[in-house]
Design a protein around this ligand. Structure first.
Ligand code: GLC
Length: 533
């Protein structure tokens, strides 16, 4: 079925800004809102039309802002509400939409709601969080675990009950079965929509409802010792409960009261479960994040099959999306190597659906080694043996070869990548074959071509090295994309009488091709403009 009513979030690329690390404007070594405003021209020139900001709200920063102490304020580290208004205005002036991060599953333990809730068993907000009595022997109410390690239950001696936290103990889970919680969070959304923001990325959306009887989660038969302890159980009762879909609908209905607002959900689930978040009648969230590419084995046939599986699982009228990186996962250039990261860029920007990019990936930033003494991420600190820290993917944006990479004038909160003197925006802007130039070219092409924006995706070929597909939209110019996902040369034999001209090669090499076999270099990807036939 052809999708007809195209909105901005079908066309735009979502660019994730990690505010601490994007640009510092006041010399404290930490990025801030006015810093982001200073870089809007860069984003505009890159072709970005939407940014998502990781949390900017008041927070004790136990989980770097994902522990919110006030959902309708701004952390002074990032600036003031006036600064936010200025950023929003300046972004909109450049045609850039702004999305905020909503963290509804849990608040900070310093949020006034929780301070009240824990103050006594009879407090009016007691039931806003998940409190349970201990078992007779004093143990926790069930076996549920925290994603960040250890039990999900924390004993509160003062009131003699446990509270549940799916993440840190400083991040108590809200009780979404309490209608007051629902109303409070919808009011938060309304506050920001009224301010004029264009949407939300909703944190761990699949976690917000827990099974009503708090049944023990079963053991995971595939658990192995090198895995985080959270994976020892299958979280079938602590996540993805059917009731979540009623809330999803309420969030959507609220967004629909405004014009063209978008809700994107962070949901790590298999395709068939993920699709339910679109809603049975497309009345759920607009884009459940598709993390297929985030940790897939980087092999042509595997990726080709996964893209097909996702396309096939997608409900009619649901709009697809693709994510290559975020602040929780290893950077693409580190995971698959620098050369393949260029091919990955081509894949992301030529697949069907809204692409989400992570800041710095456009210049090929890599994970930065963080010595033990400098680790700040609680996931890294809590599980030291598993190398799970997320600091390496959150290092400051590399703008120039100047002091502190142009990110700040003080010592940055997290160390810079050692390669910043060569891998930075200023250098890459000068080089027509840089990663940044490739991204710019691909983004411009995508924006200009209806086939790439809206066209059907059709797999043409996949083997142990190559993946090839076409994108076609009605009678507009169609495209063939051929990706060499291997480090060896490969020849593509078009199975159809395809004729065309190569317009972009991931390596920057110039091709002159019209028809017949097409020789690709190692780690090469090409976009071919097909001739009418
Ligand atoms: C999400 C965020 C992650 C955070 C966690 C708990 O997965 O992306 O950074 O630690 O939720 O809020």
């Amino acid at each position: 079925m052809q999708f007809t009513n195209h909105l901005w979030w079908h066309r735009s690329i979502i660019y994730q800004v990690y505010p601490r690390s994007f640009q510092d404007s006041n010399g404290d070594g930490i990025g801030d809102l006015l810093g982001i405003a200073l870089r809007l021209d860069y984003l505009h020139a890159l072709g970005i039309e939407a940014i998502w900001l990781s949390p900017i709200f008041p927070s004790p920063m136990a989980d770097f802002g994902y522990d919110v102490a006030d959902y309708v304020g701004i952390h002074p580290i990032f600036g003031s509400m006036d600064d936010f208004d200025q950023l929003l205005r300046e972004a909109h002036q450049r045609g850039i939409k702004v999305l905020l991060d909503l963290v509804p599953n849990h608040s900070s333990d310093q949020h006034p709601w929780f301070l009240e809730s824990r103050s006594s068993k009879t407090n009016a907000k007691r039931d806003w969080y998940i409190w349970k009595d201990a078992n007779e022997d004093g143990t926790a109410p069930n076996n549920w675990l925290s994603v960040f390690g250890g039990s999900g239950w924390e004993w509160d001696a003062a009131t003699g009950q446990y509270y549940y936290h799916g993440f840190l103990k400083e991040q108590p889970d809200l009780n979404w079965r309490n209608p007051e919680v629902v109303a409070a969070m919808l009011a938060v959304m309304r506050f920001w929509f009224d301010k004029g923001i264009d949407g939300f990325r909703v944190d761990v959306l699949w976690h917000i409802f827990k099974q009503a009887d708090f049944l023990d989660n079963p053991q995971n038969p595939d658990f192995a010792p090198h895995m985080p302890s959270y994976d020892s159980l299958l979280p079938i009762y602590s996540t993805d409960q059917p009731e979540v879909h009623d809330i999803v609908k309420k969030m959507r209905a609220l967004a629909d009261e405004y014009e063209e607002r978008v809700i994107i959900g962070e949901i790590y689930l298999p395709h068939e479960k993920l699709m339910a978040y679109y809603g049975e009648k497309q009345d759920g969230i607009h884009l459940p994040f598709n993390f297929t590419l985030i940790n897939i084995e980087w092999k042509a046939q595997v990726i080709a099959a996964a893209v097909d599986a996702y396309e096939q699982a997608l409900p009619t009228d649901a709009w697809p999306n693709w994510v290559l990186g975020n602040h929780d996962r290893p950077r693409i250039a580190t995971r698959i190597g620098k050369a393949q990261a260029r091919v990955a860029a081509m894949l992301l920007l030529t697949l069907r659906g809204t692409p989400t990019m992570y800041y710095g990936d456009e210049i090929g930033m890599e994970d930065v080694y963080i010595p033990q003494a400098e680790i700040q991420d609680p996931q890294g600190l809590n599980m030291p043996d598993l190398n799970m820290g997320r600091d390496p993917v959150r290092t400051p944006m590399q703008w120039s070869a100047g002091p502190y990479a142009g990110f700040t004038t003080a010592v940055p909160w997290l160390r810079l990548g050692a390669d910043y003197t060569t891998r930075n925006v200023m250098e890459e802007l000068k080089d027509p074959y840089s990663m940044l130039s490739l991204y710019k070219q691909l983004i411009a092409l995508r924006k200009a071509e209806r086939s790439l924006l809206y066209g059907d995706y059709q797999l043409v070929f996949a083997d142990h090295q190559l993946m090839a597909y076409t994108r076609r939209h009605g009678s507009t110019t169609a495209f063939l994309v051929v990706l060499n996902l291997s480090g060896a040369p490969a020849t593509f034999h078009p199975p159809m009488a395809l004729k065309g001209e190569v317009i972009i090669a991931a390596t920057g090499k110039t091709y002159d091709w019209t028809t017949g076999p097409l020789a690709l270099l190692p780690d090469e990807g090409i976009v071919v403009r097909l001739k009418d036939q």
